[in-house]
Design a protein around this ligand. Structure first.
Ligand SMILES: Cc1cc2nc3c(=O)[nH]c(=O)nc-3n(C[C@H](O)[C@H](O)[C@H](O)COP(=O)(O)OP(=O)(O)OC[C@H]3O[C@@H](n4cnc5c(N)ncnc54)[C@H](O)[C@@H]3O)c2cc1C
Length: 390
């Protein structure tokens, strides 16, 4: 049987795999790139189950720079992804992000704010009074204030994914509906993959974009990846009192966050230590009713009357070393690249990740050096400073 050969095989066709395929094809249209995705409905992909938030508000320089690039891309994304007369719409709502500050997180918030300012970001420090003025439903209580990013906001994640996928295919990338069961290597190099359908494919480059499933597939190449799937839940609320206008993604010091969504509803979530590890997608009404609602109603008393419409659960691919991206070639296997462990903030990083992977694979100069996210730090057990789990 002949073995089909590609230049690059990408495992997983979510936002990372599709962005990587697009940037590779855009850089060199003569490449042969195959994206293997086992579920083209993306029902369990983190991309489609995310809160779709984009923000400048990080505390690690490179994460901020990645977001600066994302903002730049989002401004021209719909033009760039247009195919003939088909122009996608990703509904970028710049409703802002408001990170609330109390005494406990004050120092960290000030430090991050100064760094964002230094890097030229649009970011504002709001007093508790200003918060109340802007959003009169909020009850800041003992809060000291908050940091507000006016360019932060949200997009339609599914539309962004479909746009990257369509453009990548238009430029020549191939999407195969199949399950990668094994990564193959020979003499210290990656050599291809085996598929559940029985096919074998060969390639000089294999990129792991398998999201929450990344460690499973990496293990077939003998790579132990510190990435675990953790269930996160989001709730959809219909409040009796409607805010006068859009609410920014508002993040309480406890980590609970909420924002308005189209149709006057509120989306709310919170990462909690007891969130289970594993591939579990059930959501729990009681968690909202008994734990999150009282906390929400304390900060927004008008939300003491609401209807829980529905909820959903998706998986964070959590990098247990430091909660940040693992990006680049695995030091022990030439040609095996990782784009994993985004731990809850990967959607917004996809443009920079796709471009950077392309530069590494094609040996092009880096527009932005993301070497800090190198997989070598996993082997060396050297964590980065930013937690980045929101
Ligand atoms: C509830 C929730 C809220 C979030 N909110 C935000 C947010 O507001 N902003 C933000 O930036 N990020 C957010 N994230 C994180 C973000 O969704 C992820 O970091 C990002 O989508 C990861 O993209 P990915 O392509 O790596 O993974 P995925 O989208 O999960 O795609 C991986 C794909 O790989 C496929 N796959 C896996 N293994 C195989 C295999 N062996 N063979 C073939 N196919 C395979 C899967 O079917 C899947 O489609 C959130 C995540 C969750 C769960």
């Amino acid at each position: 049987m002949t073995i089909k050969t590609y230049d690059v095989i990408i495992i997983g066709g979510g936002i990372m795999g599709s962005a990587a395929a697009y940037y590779l094809m855009q850089a060199d249209s003569s490449l042969s790139v195959a994206v293997i995705e086992r579920d083209p409905s993306y029902a369990r992909a983190s991309t489609t189950l995310s809160m779709s938030n984009v923000r400048i508000q990080f505390s690690l320089k490179e994460n901020i720079q990645v977001s600066q690039y994302t903002f730049e891309i989002l401004d021209r994304f719909e033009d760039e992804m247009t195919i003939e007369d088909r122009r996608p719409k990703i509904y970028y709502h710049r409703d802002g992000n408001l990170f609330l500050v109390d005494q406990q997180n004050q120092r960290a918030a000030e430090k991050a704010f100064e760094l964002q300012k230094k890097l030229g970001c649009r970011i504002e420090w709001w007093s508790a009074e200003k918060i109340k003025q802007q959003y009169d439903l909020y009850e800041p209580g003992n809060l000291l204030g908050g940091t507000y990013g006016p360019d932060d906001g949200h997009i339609d994640a599914y539309a962004m994914l479909m746009a990257y996928k369509a453009k990548a295919r238009f430029l020549g990338a191939v999407y195969l509906e199949d399950d990668v069961t094994r990564i193959k290597k020979a003499g210290g190099r990656v050599s291809g993959v085996s598929l559940a359908s029985g096919q074998n494919l060969s390639a000089g480059f294999v990129v792991n974009c398998a999201g929450a499933w990344a460690a499973q597939i990496a293990a077939t190449a003998g790579v132990e990846l510190a990435v675990i799937p953790i269930k996160r839940q989001v709730f959809t609320l219909d409040t009796a009192v409607k805010p006068a206008g859009p609410l920014p993604l508002t993040v309480l010091p406890s980590g609970m966050y909420f924002r308005t969504e189209t149709g006057g509803i509120i989306l709310l979530g919170k990462s909690m230590v007891e969130d289970p590890v594993g591939f579990n997608f059930s959501w729990d009404e009681k968690r909202f009713m008994e734990i999150l609602w009282p906390e929400l109603a304390e900060f927004v008393p008008a939300f003491d009357r609401l209807k829980l419409i529905r909820g959903w659960a998706g998986l964070y691919a959590v990098n247990t070393l430091d909660g940040n991206a693992i990006l680049g070639q695995w030091p022990e296997i030439k040609g095996f690249y990782l784009a994993n462990g985004f731990s809850g903030h990967g959607l917004q990083q996809a443009p920079a990740v796709g471009r950077y992977l392309t530069e590494l694979i094609l040996d092009l100069p880096n527009a932005l050096d993301l070497g800090i996210f190198s997989p070598a730090r996993i082997l060396e057990q050297k964590p980065l400073s930013e937690g980045g789990l929101v």
